[in-house]
Write a protein that binds this ligand. Structure first.
Ligand SMILES: [Mn+2]
Length: 327
């Protein structure tokens, strides 16, 4: 989820700042590092590339960075993972967990690192865009909760701001329908995303379509969760929603071997209907993940386990546990 948050934040933010930018999604099955295969894919798909900027990764991707430099690209790494040994060949590396770094709080997420860079850039070169860039705290705060960063110091206000912005993307449905207990519930089908307060505000200003799409995608995501019965009202848009519903759903492809493209399509697909459909597929896949978890747990508990309680056999797919930084 931090990778998705930082990718969406960077893409939307750089577009909004007027950069000619494209988003490359590395294949998670190749591991966490940017590989020479990724560089070859980027080069084939976006032949005019001159700069590589990574987010939530790259500090230890020496082979990938070397491949990019061989093509003459400028290489800018933004990451928050621990640098394992000196030797980054990137032109610039911004990472609170760089070996020689002095930044006070090592525990900030990848989206937060890239956010701070965009904010500093906007403050120096495009101060009139600062307000637009600051709204991207939505994604930086989501990455912070998803990557289980300590909610201390600058993370605290970031998560608070993120939830405030998220709530401006929640549409309370005026239409209600009777529920089985004799009360009334919002009619999920009546929610109209464009009525979200923040989207109405953005519509009054001049913004890059990719930038607006990221926020519309977040509103679509809230709607999809409302339709699935996970978000009932504005009060359910809280840090628990990020940590217990949204992040696990967005992480579920990796657990089940499902392509991750839908997770990005939520924020980048051409139409709101497609973004909503993508989020519904992500939620469905998460339900499948829950079923598989129950199945494999039953296999551990009730199956033939000749070496229990010391060794258990399972056919469960290998989950990726290397997602949180070591600091
Ligand atoms: Mn991360």
């Amino acid at each position: 989820m931090d990778g998705i948050s930082s990718g969406v934040l960077g893409y939307a933010g750089l577009k909004e700042l007027g950069f000619n930018v494209n988003l490359h999604i590395p294949d998670y099955r190749r591991g966490h590092d940017l590989t020479p295969e990724d560089i070859a894919e980027i080069n084939a798909r976006f032949p005019g590339t001159t700069v590589l900027l990574t987010c939530d990764g790259g500090v230890n991707s020496h082979a990938g960075i070397r491949a990019a430099r061989m093509l003459g690209w400028q290489t800018l790494v933004t990451d928050h993972h621990q640098e394992l040994e000196p030797g980054s060949q990137a032109d610039i590396t911004v990472d609170p967990c760089r070996l020689d770094e002095t930044y006070a709080l090592g525990g900030i997420c990848g989206a937060h690192v890239l956010y701070q860079i965009l904010e500093a850039y906007a403050a120096a070169h495009q101060p009139f865009k600062l307000w637009a860039i600051r709204l991207l705290r939505l994604f930086a705060g989501l990455g912070t909760v998803s990557d289980v960063m300590p909610v201390l110091y600058e993370n605290r206000q970031l998560v608070r701001d993120s939830l405030s912005i998220a709530r401006l993307l929640h549409v309370s449905a005026p239409k209600t329908i009777p529920n089985p207990w004799g009360g009334m519930d919002p009619d999920p089908d009546a929610i109209d995303i464009a009525r979200a307060t923040l989207l109405q505000l953005l519509a009054t200003e001049d913004h890059d379509p990719a930038y607006v799409a990221a926020f519309e995608g977040f509103a679509a995501l809230l709607k999809a969760f409302a339709q699935a019965g996970k978000v009932r009202d504005i009060d359910s848009v809280n840090e628990g929603f990020y940590g217990f519903y949204l992040a696990p759903a967005m992480n579920s492809p990796r657990r089940t071997g499902y392509p991750i493209d839908d997770c990005f399509a939520v924020f980048t697909a051409p139409s709101i209907a497609e973004r909503l459909a993508a989020m519904h597929r992500v939620i469905e896949n998460n339900e499948r993940r829950k079923e598989l978890t129950a199945l494999h747990l039953a296999e551990l508990n009730d199956g033939d386990q000749p070496l229990a309680p010391w060794v258990y056999f399972s056919a469960a797919p290998v989950a990726c546990t290397a997602c949180s930084p070591t600091r």
